[in-house]
Design a protein around this ligand. Structure first.
Ligand code: ADP
Length: 172
């Protein structure tokens, strides 16, 4: 049984994340999506959803996918969460050079913290990925961009699914 952890802040979950989840489900028997707190990001005034709201939305999105499990944590680090759920692989999405720089650091931290027990697997984001029969410019999507678009009053249809858009429009 190959179980992978997909950690992130998911504020909110978007089509870029969903592409990685869909592809990870084709490789692994189970994908554990972990909503984790990055203290700096969480306390910033730019935060949109609480951890529990992000967790509930992702659960709702994947309620019919038996391969997906969703968890969240306020305090526990990525390696501890991976161990708790028996994941010896962590999946990450890669877009461009700036992701690559950050991920180099992330990769080293995970290897050091886990004594090389946990492997980080990178899926290169496919731009123009087809989700639910619509073509998505995945490279242009990040949660930060979505929060900015929301502040500017833009439509979020190109960025995240209806369940997420509806929830956000009720909340804001
Ligand atoms: P962000 O706030 O940038 O959306 P997260 O912390 O929620 O980032 O991201 C979790 C994981 O998803 C990371 O591995 C990140 O590289 C990946 N990811 C984020 N956006 C995309 C995207 N558009 N395409 C592919 N992977 C992505």
């Amino acid at each position: 049984m190959k179980r992978a952890l997909y950690p992130g802040s998911f504020d909110p979950i978007h089509y870029g994340h969903m592409q990685i989840i869909e592809r990870a489900c084709n490789i692994f028997d189970e994908v554990v999506i972990a909503v984790l707190v990055n203290e700096d990001k969480y306390n910033s005034s730019d935060r949109l959803l609480t951890i529990r709201e992000r967790y509930r939305l992702i659960k709702q999105l994947y309620k019919d996918n038996e391969k997906v499990k969703v968890v969240y944590s306020y305090k526990v680090g990525t390696v501890q969460i991976a161990r708790k759920y028996n994941c010896n692989v962590i999946v990450r999405g890669l877009r461009d050079q700036s992701d690559f720089k950050m991920e180099n650091i992330f990769n080293k931290v995970i290897h050091d913290d886990s004594d090389n027990e946990i492997e980080v697997v990178y899926l290169l984001a496919v731009d123009g990925y087809n989700i639910n029969k619509s073509y998505i410019d995945t490279w242009a999507i990040s949660s930060t961009v979505i929060r900015k678009k929301l502040r500017e009053g833009n439509d979020l249809r190109a960025y995240c699914p209806q369940i997420v858009r509806d929830y956000i429009s009720r909340k804001t």
